[in-house]
Design a protein around this ligand. Sequence first.
Ligand SMILES: N[C@@H](Cc1c[nH]c[nH+]1)C(=O)O
Length: 399
Amino acid sequence: MTIADRWLLPDGMEEVLPPQARQIEVLRRELLDLFHTWGYDLVFPPPAEYLESLLTGSGNDLDLQTFKITDQLTGRLMGIAADITPQVARMDAHSMQRQGAARFCYCANVLRTKSGNMLGSRSPMQVGAELFGHDGVESDSEILGLMLSALGTAGAEKVYLDIGHVGIYRALISEAGLTDDQEKQLFDAILHKAYAEIDQIVVRDIANESLQGMISRLSRLNGDASVLVRARAELADAPASVLTALDNIEQTVRIIQEQYHNVEINFDLAELRGFNYHTGMVFAAYIPGYGHPVAQGGRYDETGKVFGRARPATGFSADLKILSRLLQDNDPVSGVLAPAGFSDDEELLCTVRALRSEGTRVVYAMPGQDISASEMGCDSELVRKDDGQWVVEPINRIF
Ligand SMILES: N[C@@H](Cc1c[nH]c[nH+]1)C(=O)O
């Protein structure tokens, strides 16, 4: 093994160095404090669980994204958490047993077998919030609002929101009488917006002509607010739940637009992104200059059922590392350098203690080491005056 092999990290498993680590930590605190002020209780999910509880009800995608390990204690297979949302759904359904609305937030490392995009991480720091126990405009708009506020806290000035509704696709598909294989094929074609293929599949596999037309048209319902008007006309023969879904989107968006003025909304009613457990309105937030969502989420009403309690649920998550990298200003670290060789100087000890207690960073130089103050993140130093007092002065020496 060469030295290079020893420090080579696996793709997408990155270490975070100063000053980014500190910036991420500052943002983590700000976001968790924000969630707290909105009434979201912090939870710490376990880093690994038995596969059955981790993957139950969540579909194939999450399974493929989950690293599996054998538990040396029981011989059972465990999975390392790849997404916190189903874990929090289990906490709500099984461990918490709260009646009515329950709100939880989290920030935890997850591991994924593959990254979502070419340059992406396989070890995101997932931060997010989940709201259980209510189905409707109030909870949908609260979660969307909290996501936008979180992006604002992280420094986003302009947000592009992509809104879809998995329930519309599901309502149409439930009438289509497709086999699992046929449905998977159609799902993939819609996911990839392969219009020619979609048209082919619906004509080949679906007998009902009105349904064929509606599914083809649904796949193209993508654009500004006029999409909702078009949807009402083009999906007029759809089950009643489709109209309810459109009403829900319209009302939620109205609430959001009244409160958040830096948001541009695009509707994509055939958007099926995500981990497959979503059942209702889904959304993704983009910022200029980055081609992937910086936060995403949506409604997933069925997930708690397998844990004993079907609860309405909606939530969002983001990768804290990406938010910090894309949105945070690179504030230079500042601090005060304290000299070496004065460990018995009571005045100095006292001054350092006072500075630290008010939050100032004070770094002791080490005897015999000639390391620049800036390398230690210091832009000022403690200097002893003739009367024995120590005062902080800016460093203007050239190192
Ligand atoms: N956990 C989902 C987003 C989500 C949170 N809650 C509901 N959906 C994701 O990372 O894609």
